[in-house]
Design a binder for this molecule. Structure first.
Ligand code: C5J
Length: 221
């Protein structure tokens, strides 16, 4: 069975049996007041508007039986998987591994590193821990998708211009068809959100397609 969603730059056709929903980095440290993102001076409300539509999207995809994968950006407690250049970034007082408001910043197992309660993975949904911005780099994601015969990805999460974009670009180069759902991705910077989405669909869909979650759910029904 195939389904078609109204999308930019033109309708996106997919087979739900070979499609996965990938939910990128919906972590407390990025989305919640008092987390790492806010401590860097970011307005978390820009990301929090994605929670309600993503909750509805997850409910619809679970009801349908679509394959769902979650990712989290973060590192081992000894930071051995964190490239030195990444470790050096950030404000001097707020670096990866430092004590933060919700535990050590971007360290696996810490409260701030985990996914927000509203979007918690359901039993059986894989959670990919990634040390990079893209979900394919140094993770088992590629093997997992190949094992399941997945050829299309519906990508949501935060942030639009960083981990969502990097993942979509990695996926596109690996031959996946990618649909980004505009209301379920977020950036701290409204301009980056707008341009980030425009870039995906530019030039006839250079990295993929862009649609809304309501149109996607409608196509699944
Ligand atoms: C993500 C980041 N998840 N902006 N991380 O986009 O550093």
């Amino acid at each position: 069975m195939s389904a078609t969603v109204p999308a930019l730059p033109y309708p996106f056709t997919f087979d739900p049996a070979t499609t996965a929903l990938v939910v990128i980095d919906m972590q407390r440290d990025f989305l919640e007041p008092g987390g790492f993102g806010e401590s860097l001076g970011n307005d978390v409300e820009q990301l929090r508007r994605t929670i309600a539509p993503t909750e509805a999207l997850l409910a619809g995809c679970r009801e349908f039986g679509l394959f769902i994968i979650h990712t989290r950006e973060g590192h081992l407690p000894d930071l051995s998987d964190c490239p030195p250049a990444k470790l050096r970034r950030g404000k001097p007082s707020m670096r990866i591994g430092d004590p933060g408001p919700r535990g050590r910043i971007l360290i696996r197992g810490e409260e701030g590193h985990d996914i927000v309660d509203e979007l918690a993975p359901a039993p059986g949904e894989p959670v990919i821990d990634k040390p990079g911005k893209g979900a394919f780099y140094a993770t088992e994601l590629g093997d997992l998708l190949a094992d399941k015969g997945i050829t299309s990805l519906v990508v949501v999460g935060v942030t639009t211009e960083v981990c969502v974009h990097t993942t979509v670009r990695e996926a596109n180069d690996r031959g996946y068809e990618c649909l980004v759902l505009s209301d379920c991705v977020g950036s701290y910077f409204p301009e980056f959100q707008r341009v980030g989405l425009e870039m995906v669909a530019a030039q006839g869909g250079i990295f993929g397609w862009v649609a809304t979650s309501t149109d996607f759910l409608q196509a699944l029904r």
